[in-house]
Ligand binder design. Structure first.
Ligand code: T1G
Length: 701
């Protein structure tokens, strides 16, 4: 079957691209478009050409799987020229998502119409590159510099409506998606009848009014702030600046040289890794790939606290029925008010419209009677993190839930096998570890217990997709993937503080690495009492004797963090800005003395390596234990759940890119200075380093 076909409708030649699933512009697509454009121009019966795509979307950009491989001819410039230089009018008919190279091909066409539900964007910066098919030169010529800057630097798509208002598309097609081909033919017929000449953007100038220098400067400042550490946004602005100052061909040449430089950057490799890692994480393990998910639309949630309400909102937003259980009238009232307040806020902020608000209100019910869950397809327990409390709930659920219902615990680190063991249906049980706030945070750890049935796992992954979560499959251990690795990260922060690094130095070093905030500011925000209580549940020998000296003392002084107005930092009333506190410095010095630690000046490099490589080393152990199936799943966990900078690809990709042999050596160095209990390279890390391999080579499925 041809990837690109040409058929005639009257005097219109329709070129259709058919390269599922998203019509990525592969070499075959590029070659096919050129072939069919030439054929259409050679056919005297054809007076105008429509470029359209089959399936769910217009072309969604260059074929990312070709990146990093030797370029395959024809390249984008040849396709672009074939379209724009066509003597016959070429109309792009857009539906779905016209992204990247897809939109750039549409810009090379002479006219564009779009279905009203379409989105149009140039997301290249999210892959660490810039639009490389002359989009940085044509878009500002068509819509002006402000919108071109906004679209290209942010990488965010716009709606067809906004595109039509801006003149990016010449016509909007309402109604069903299949109205688009007909509308495109009609539009082409009119172009012919009106004798409208092809409009070639490369022959236009960018409209300027003297404000361009300020616009560019503001765009640079905004990108520095909002896309901290990322190179591509700044490079995209360079290319847009060329569109203002250079003739089209020179601007296009400048764009190409910038694209090639970005393509070779470590950031673009990391961002492309992140793109595919997120999609790989959604794939079921072999033993569940043929399982049929169980149908669901009734969700039960036990517990209307922060987590329970967040989970409820995520389910309501996906159009699922939610029955919430609270233990008494007072708690029920609080939970119900919280849900309705959030829905009202979502409406007020335009996140949902009135119809959705009404629908979601109607989908929600709450009661103290657990038998109301007897019809639920999936029940999610979100109560206090105490094993006995959870076991009691699951014993009750075992009596109430219908046959075939899936019972999930939202525990963030407890043993799901133990919870399942108190029921008569362990195959129906797994963990669904949401991250707070559960209606906002994208990450969901789907914890497959020993006896979880394959179809239960498949159903959970489908639920995750339905509620728009990025799901990662974890197996059972203390803290699963994310929180198990977090222990070492916080341990090192605590030790570094004792050894001589001020909290603000530690947090700044990690922020400069690319995190939105450092570990100590994060723990102040979450509340140090959570970790304090958790550590009390385990023998002290499990933890480093010194790492939590300061934090424990602060909690015992009721300095738990932001929520008590003071923790590692102090906070002025109503302000979350962390302020260094000399009282904490004094406590730290006292605790260092008690621990017999001689404080010293510590470099930012050591801070970063001890915090980040503790993640990497524990991640390697998690792979050895087969708690995670893939190193890329660990990366996805940290990108979506813990703020790891996306342009570094995740802890495991970062380590692989730096070189596992270098990572091993650095860990051994810390073994000599900090202690081998925590700083001995994981066997898998040693092995891969010795073999000159990376974590990508290891599949722990
Ligand atoms: N190339 C190759 N494969 C792609 C792809 C692409 N551009 N986009 C998606 N896929 C695969 C994806 O890996 C998955 O595979 C399947 O398609 C479904 O994707 C010259 C240089 C279009 C909004 O950045 O944003 O053009 O896991 O699960 O949720 O200037 O895919 O099934 O095996 O994401 O419905 C610019 C990237 C490229 C768009 C659809 N374009 N794609 O989302 O499905 S650079 C992009 C997306 C460029 C030019 C430059 C989304 C989507 P598998 P999916 P979805």
């Amino acid at each position: 079957m041809s990837t690109v076909s040409l058929h005639k409708q009257g005097r219109i030649g329709v070129i259709a691209v058919d390269h599922p699933p998203v019509n990525a512009i592969s070499q075959a697509v590029r070659e096919g478009i050129i072939t069919q454009i030439n054929a259409a121009n050679a056919d005297d019966h054809i007076a105008a050409i429509v470029l359209i795509a089959k399936g769910r979307t217009f072309m969604a950009g260059a074929d990312i799987t070709e990146f990093g491989l030797p370029p395959k001819s024809p390249g984008f410039p040849q396709v672009i020229d074939a379209l724009e230089q066509s003597p016959k009018p070429v109309i792009a008919a857009i539906h779905g998502t016209a992204l990247g190279g897809g939109l750039e091909l549409a810009l090379a066409c002479h006219f564009r119409i779009a279905h009203e539900g379409a989105k149009l964007g140039l997301p290249e910066v999210t892959l660490g590159i810039i639009p490389g098919a002359q989009g940085t030169q044509r878009l500002p010529r068509l819509v002006g510099l402000p919108l071109a800057l906004d679209m290209i630097v942010s990488g965010k798509p716009i709606t067809a409506q906004k595109a039509h208002q801006a003149g990016l598309v010449d016509g909007l097609v309402k109604g069903e998606a299949d109205a688009l081909p007909r509308a495109a033919i009609a539009y082409a017929d009119k172009i012919i009848s009106d004798g409208t000449a092809p409009r070639r953007l490369s022959q236009m100038e960018v409209a300027q009014n003297g404000s361009e220098a300020d616009l560019l400067a503001k765009a640079r400042a905004d990108a520095t702030k909002k896309m901290r550490g990322m190179l591509a946004p700044q490079k995209a602005i360079d290319a847009l600046e060329a569109a203002l100052t250079l003739p089209f061909e020179d601007g296009a040449a400048k764009e190409r040289s910038i694209l090639i430089a970005c393509m070779a950057s470590p950031q673009s490799k990391a961002l492309q890794h992140a793109f595919f890692a997120e999609r790989k994480a959604a794939r079921l393990p072999k033993h569940a790939q043929n399982a049929t998910p169980r149908p669901f639309n009734q969700i039960g949630i036990i517990g209307g606290g922060t987590m329970g309400c967040g989970i409820a909102l995520a389910c309501l937003g996906a159009g699922l029925y939610v029955t919430m259980i609270e233990r008494d009238a007072e708690a029920l009232k609080r939970a119900r008010n919280s849900i309705h307040k959030s829905l009202d806020e979502n409406l007020a902020r335009g996140r949902i419209d009135k119809a959705a608000h009404t629908t979601q209100e109607a989908l929600f019910s709450i009661t103290t009677d657990m038998t109301a869950l007897s019809k639920a397809d999936i029940i999610i327990e979100a109560v206090f993190e105490k094993m006995e409390v959870k076991k009691s709930i699951f014993r009750d659920l075992d009596k109430v839930a219908k046959k075939g219902a899936i019972l999930a615990t939202n525990t963030s680190y407890l043993n799901v096998d133990d919870i399942a063991s108190v029921t008569g249906r362990p195959a129906d049980i797994l963990g669904l570890h949401f991250f707070s706030p559960a209606n906002i945070m994208k990450l969901l750890e789907v914890v497959e217990a020993k006896k979880t049935a394959p179809d239960v796992l498949a159903t959970a992954m489908l639920l995750a997709k339905k509620i728009r979560k990025i799901a990662v499959i974890a197996r059972v251990c203390h803290g699963f993937i994310g929180n198990r690795m977090l222990e070492g990260y916080l341990r090192e922060a605590g030790l570094l503080m004792l050894e001589g690094a001020a909290p603000q130095q530690i947090d700044k070093a990690i922020r400069d690495f690319g995190y939105p905030m450092g570990p100590l500011q994060m723990i102040d925000m979450a509340g140090m009492d959570i970790g304090y209580m958790l550590r009390k549940q385990f023998p002290a020998s499990r933890f480093d004797p010194n790492a939590y000296r300061v934090m424990n003392r602060l909690v015992e002084m009721d300095r738990k963090g932001q929520k008590t107005g003071a923790g590692i930092y102090r906070y002025e009333a109503g302000n979350r800005t962390p302020l260094p506190d000399s009282a904490v410095d004094k406590i730290t010095e006292e605790e260092a003395q008690k621990a017999g630690i001689t404080r010293r000046t510590i470099s930012d490099e050591e801070i970063i390596d001890r915090c980040i490589l503790s993640l990497v080393n524990e991640g390697a152990r998690i792979l050895e234990d087969r708690i995670a199936m893939r190193a890329s799943d660990i990366d996805v966990t940290y990108l979506y759940g813990y703020g790891f900078p996306r342009w570094r690809g995740g802890p495991m990709f970062y380590a692989s890119q730096r070189g596992l042999d270098k990572i091993c050596d650095r860990i051994k160095q810390f073994g000599e200075t900090v202690g081998t209990r925590w700083w001995t390279p994981a066997p898998l890390l040693q092995k891969l380093a010795q073999e000159g391999k990376t974590f990508t080579d290891f599949d722990a499925e």
